[in-house]
Design a protein around this ligand. Structure first.
Ligand code: 9MR
Length: 395
């Protein structure tokens, strides 16, 4: 058959048509998603629920009454610039987690300025703040595929990666030994979509060191601070949807492998970044996952809870009810499990939350994912957390 020659013009036209086709498919998918989210939100808004609480004691006291801990993440810059925020941490929390300061490199914070140096200024500030406010301090995080400094890519190789991992953990955990009660030793190492049979995420650590990098990280952390609670931390474990189911199953297998090798791992951290519109939380299935983790002799911490707002109404009273419902459904199921020892929210007040930058509302209104509003007033989500603590069994 006669083929027309591929003129530049024909290539361009074909290209544009294909692009238009892709564009239409993307738009159709987005419209379908929007519709689905809206019908979920409508349903959630129609549920009549009470968020009544007794008394006005702080979350930390309600948690402590059940042998639990409540805490929140924060950044040095916010605590320093806003003394009234600092007061709220002392009032509501018994745990503090640094959102940036213990990552290799995050925001304005640079723990690893060069391959051979450590700068503990920001992290020390956070630990001292916590001590002054009588807050227990959690370390987040030692080994992650994100937040690596710019020198990492040109410096770390197959030949020296193990040395970097060991030296980093020894130095950082050693520096804070006795002052940091628990560490997220490895963060977000599972990604079933990366296609490996063991579910491990394709990261520089995996590629350079092999799958034993996780075991190694825990062993070095345990030697560097034998008293610290050592945690594996991950996200997308919460809902009854195939991607989360795959992740739960891969995480469980990882934990089983580590336990059978004698790795000094003590707990699973479930991040708990929830979506306000999501209706597919299945308490029974989630409880079963928690029980499976607990049966390995591990504790469980909810380490980064908050609720994002895709599709939620602008009316903030209606919005707050839906988000409080998400907190309560998740926490009432979760805190029932005796192996769960702590709840950390990823921030305390809506004034300071990563969601403002990462997942802003499409209408431009301020997001409200946390227990306190931007003026530090307790919201329905605060009530929902308080109720969950009040109803939790004593540890
Ligand atoms: O909230 C954190 C944001 O301020 C940082 O820019 C970002 C990169 O360091 O990390 C965010 O925190 C993440 C946490 O470290 C790991 N789990 C997901 C959190 C939200 O992205």
């Amino acid at each position: 058959m006669f083929q027309r020659p591929w003129t530049r013009r024909r290539i361009l036209v074909l290209g544009l048509n294909t692009l238009a086709g892709v564009g239409t498919a993307v738009a159709a998918k987005a419209a379908y998603r929007h519709q689905k989210v809206q019908s979920q939100v409508q349903w959630l808004a129609s549920v009549d629920r009470s968020f009544a609480i007794e008394g006005n004691t702080a979350l930390r006291e309600r948690a402590a009454a059940k042998g639990l801990l409540y805490g929140a993440a924060a950044r040095r810059g916010d605590l320093e610039a806003d003394p009234s925020l600092a007061i709220q941490y002392g009032r509501e929390c018994n745990v503090l987690v640094p959102e940036w300061e213990l990552k290799w490199s995050a925001g304005s914070s640079l723990l690893r300025p060069t391959p051979s140096s450590f700068n503990f200024t920001d992290a020390d500030w956070m630990v001292n703040f916590a001590q002054a406010q009588d807050l227990i301090f959690r370390g987040h995080t030692l080994i992650w595929h994100l937040c690596l400094p710019s020198w990492f890519e040109t410096t770390v190789t197959r030949n020296n990666a193990e040395q970097f991992l060991v030296q980093h953990i020894k130095t950082v955990v050693g520096h804070f030994a006795g002052r940091i009660s628990s560490w997220d030793v490895v963060n977000e190492a599972i990604e079933p979509n990366d296609g490996r049979a063991d579910g491990l995420r394709n990261t520089p650590w995996l590629n350079f060191i092999g799958e034993d990098y996780i075991d190694l990280a825990f062993r070095v952390a345990a030697i560097s601070d034998p008293k610290a609670l050592l945690v594996y931390n991950d996200y997308d474990l919460e809902y009854d949807i195939p991607s989360h189911e795959a992740k739960r199953s891969a995480v469980l297998k990882l934990l089983e492998r580590l336990k059978s090798k004698g790795t000094p791992i003590h707990a699973l951290g479930i991040q708990g970044h929830l979506a306000g519109h999501e209706t597919r939380f299945n308490a029974q299935k989630f409880r079963k996952f928690l029980a499976d983790v607990a049966s390995l002799g591990l504790k469980i911490l909810i380490t980064e809870m908050d609720v994002s707002e895709e599709g939620l109404p602008a009316d903030f009273q209606e919005r707050d009810r839906i988000m409080a419902g998400a907190y309560e459904d998740f926490l009432s199921a979760t805190l029932d499990e005796q192996a769960v020892t702590a709840l950390i929210t990823w921030g305390l007040s809506d004034r300071y939350t990563w969601l403002t930058d990462f997942y802003p509302r499409s209408d431009g209104a301020a997001v409200r994912p946390l227990p306190l509003d931007e003026n530090f007033q307790r919201k329905l989500s605060w009530n929902a957390i308080a109720r969950a603590f009040d109803q939790a069994p004593v540890r």
